[in-house]
Design a binder for this molecule. Sequence first.
Ligand code: FES
Ligand SMILES: [Fe+2]
Length: 475
Amino acid sequence: MTDQSFAPRLPEEVPGADSTPLGEMRCPAPSVQEIIKNDAKKAPPVLAHESYKFLGSEDIGYERYYDQAFFDAEIEKIWKRVWQWVCREEHIPNPGDYYVYEVGHLSFIVVRQEDMSVKGFWNACLHRGTKLRSSEGCGSAKELRCRYHGWSWDIDGGLKHIPCPWDFTHVKSSEFSLPEVRVGRWGGFIFINPSEEGPSLEEYLGVIPEHFANWDLDKRFVELHMAKELPCNWKTAQEAFLESYHVLETHPQLLYGVGDANVQYDIFDDHVSRFYAAGGVNSPHLENPLTEQELVDRMLVGDRSVLDPEELKVKEGETARIVMARFLRKALGEKYKADLSRFSDSEMIDTIEYHLFPNMVLFPGISLPMVYRFRPIGTDPNRTLFEILFLRPVPDNGERPEPAEVHYVAEHESYSSVPGMDPAFGHVYDQDTDNLRDQQRGFRASKKRGQTLGNYQESRIRHFEQVIDKYLARD
Ligand code: FES
Ligand SMILES: [Fe+2]
């Protein structure tokens, strides 16, 4: 492990700084790939390779995070043109069940059909524009009826009824079906794309279906669902979760157990990137790292009685990771009544995080089972709705628990107050929220007009912003 007292303090003091091409420097600690090679149950092939490329070192301007015209262009050229996740299949299990999804000032409604397919519509009446359903959330209906004058549509979008039809003989029912959006389904998630053009969902997802083949996200249920309005732009919020560089300063309590400076960052294509952090190891920043047994003792919380005490000891030739994966496979397997024996040590304990453009973050791991979503709210570039869901394995008997209701957390309320949330984990999100408020304000306060990113650790942020620019450059 790196002894920080002898480590260089400034970039120009780093050995090889002059001669190494930009983007090729790495933390001197063991890489994720080196760490997982020593695991007892080996990681699947999709985790056993790297995919990084250097994308430049120029500053990225701040205006894009608060400028109204930039924000308005994002609505038109991104949110109206991309695949975006709306809800889980289990939110609309029966015909007539619907989910209203809002992003910026846009609003859509997806409805389960009689044949169990799903259709999606723009959520606005074709008479005089009133929203057919006023706000986000689930419901069930036999028809979609407007509250203003009572025009109504069947759940398949066909026009059903107009009061006083004698006054609307210029309306042809064949031309007054609700306008549809494209619907796609993957991994238990329902997606829409408001645009009729562009790739299919399958094409858009790129490597995701192949990488997630072993992770069965469709066989997970929503155990916890939290939502909070954050005082920042939707990109500001999201970018706090695309890098691990901030852990040292913002979450120092995590250093005993996560390889933060030696996280692996992968970029696969325009829409997909990955963060892969080894758990059960010391941070390379620690001057006095814990022993393997101390790592186990510090990180394994909860009921340890599922294992023989002997099995919690790190034996000759074992690592903390191996012991922790063994414990969690048993403990979580019993808790969720699911056989987790097929999962590698890495899948059990590591922080594996995929980003799907523009706003979905997926953790396929078993002990960190989160999904994040970041959405602009209304027309304000300085507000974001940030959701955290925990997806846990459905029991092997197939009895899927009901999806958790959304728990709204007030801006200054701690995530720790949410029932079912581990208080220590909630505190980590609180630390992030505090940064975001100050960062969003600092964008305007700063004399320097752009951010200077790390070439490797913050490469996913640069990649994300470059894809934003690509979309905005299109007609
Ligand atoms: S606005 Fe919907 S029925 Fe009149
Ligand atoms: Fe964080």
